[in-house]
Ligand binder design. Structure first.
Ligand SMILES: Cc1ncc(COP(=O)(O)O)c(C=O)c1O
Length: 280
């Protein structure tokens, strides 16, 4: 059952309402996290709480809760939803002012919103590979902040959909950054490569886990910039996010990637990731 928490109240998502003077509504002045829930447990919660705290600090907002309080609230949200496999969304905005003003007011009460929605687990052999197109990355240069200001990402995603693709891989100054809501890995000359962390991409938690698994299992791996030419010639491409895990890409700009099927390295990484999930 979908469930929502808003500033201390629990209820149906459609009943949750915020003020039109909320700075999240007026300025996109807020941050968020999406945390996967598997078998009723919040997956890699500690990592998400660290990124939540980092995002808040980057936008000069106090963290409204301690990690212990967040853990209790988010665990309660999952329990109340009754869902086993779900996506938990948590958003914090700077709160509702008494007028529209760019200047941060003193002592606003932040708006805290949590929702849990069912997210059935996909059988791995029913994962349908994505088709991507390349688009110019015109988003801002603070991509490490997980902000709710997502108009640029939405524009790019919709451009990709209108072109008949599933998503866009974004290019800044001739280098690959990420996709509109996921990180990217490519296989070049047998080596798994992902762009280094920077202010041009979100420091994805799934990305970090996959880097750690690749290193632990001695998969040939490099963290370095990827040129458009390398992307076009890659034998495999896959994307990563909390909702997609590792997801294969079959086409880039309407051209098959490798033989157009999920590749051996994706299969290997996906197996490692599924095993890691079971362990934790
Ligand atoms: C722009 C962007 N990059 C990457 C990711 C993947 O991050 P994570 O693996 O932490 O979900 C997301 C997730 O929403 C995203 O929005």
């Amino acid at each position: 059952m979908s469930i929502a928490y808003l500033n201390g109240e629990w209820g149906a998502i459609t009943d949750a309402k915020v003020s039109v003077l909320d700075r999240g509504f007026l300025f996109g002045d807020g941050i968020y996290e999406v945390i996967p829930v598997y078998a009723g447990k919040l997956f890699t919660l500690e990592r998400h709480l660290i990124r939540l705290a980092n995002s808040l600090s980057e936008v000069d907002m106090d963290n409204p809760m301690s990690d212990t309080q967040w853990t209790a609230l988010l665990t309660e949200a999952v329990e109340r939803s009754g869902e086993n496999n779900a996506a938990l969304y948590v958003q914090v905005t700077r709160g509702a002012d008494t007028l529209r003003n760019h200047v941060y007011p003193d002592a606003l009460v932040p708006t805290v919103f949590v929702m849990v929605n069912a997210a059935p687990i996909l059988e791995r052999n029913s994962v349908a590979p994505y088709s991507l197109i390349t688009l110019d990355d015109f988003r801002w240069s603070m991509g490490q902040i997980k902000t709710v200001s997502l108009i640029a990402a939405s524009m790019l995603k919709n451009k990709a959909i209108a072109a008949g693709a599933n998503d866009a891989v974004l290019i800044r100054a001739g280098k690959v950054t990420e996709c509109t809501a996921s990180n990217i890995f490519v296989v070049v000359d047998g080596v798994l490569v992902t762009p280094p962390k920077s202010a041009h991409l979100l420091h994805g938690i799934t990305r970090d886990l996959i880097v750690e698994l690749a290193l632990e299992h001695k998969i040939s791996f490099q963290e370095r910039e990827i040129t458009v030419e390398e992307l076009s010639g890659a034998s495999e491409i896959f994307i990563t996010s909390s909702t997609h895990e590792a997801w294969p890409v079959s086409h880039l700009n309407e051209t098959p990637v490798g033989n157009g099927e999920p590749g051996v390295i994706w299969h290997h990484i996906d197996d490692l990731f599924q095993n890691f999930k079971k362990q934790v």
